[in-house]
Design a protein around this ligand. Sequence first.
Ligand code: FES
Length: 169
Amino acid sequence: MDDSHTPHCLSRRTLLLAGARLTLLSAVPGMAAPVWAEQAAHPPLPLARLSALSTGVPVWFDYPAPGFANVLVKLGEPAAGGIGPQRDVVAFSARCSHMGGDLRGTLQPRHAVLGPCPRHLSTFDLTRHGIVVTGHATQSLPQVLLRQDGDDIVAVGMQGLVFGVVPHE
Ligand code: FES
């Protein structure tokens, strides 16, 4: 039988297996970022001094442009993409990846999460590249790429798509 015109479809079993593999991968602490997460360089912006940060106390800042809120936080535990001696300093967009809900003020440092989002309750794990813990979001929270220059913490780009921003072509 000639099936050259048959649409190529995934079987239900293949789809379930692929989903299980992704779940297992995302459950491994320290796992690298998903390969499909976009990275974009932006002009460097000094954010804070490493020695001045206190565990669990957020620093809110706009990046890569005014009106795009983010949070910088020392979690007190190693995190994917973290900088500093303990690899525990990370920064994330405060604009929910679902529909742009405002996540400012929702940091729960004790649980290393941002959320729940006031719009549809999405919550994001800050130790694992901002993956979704619960809620409607299907994409991780964009992570701010950080660089350490001595005692200075500098934002140098974003990983992931910020809601409302059209990516460069
Ligand atoms: S906008 Fe945040 S969960 Fe929908």
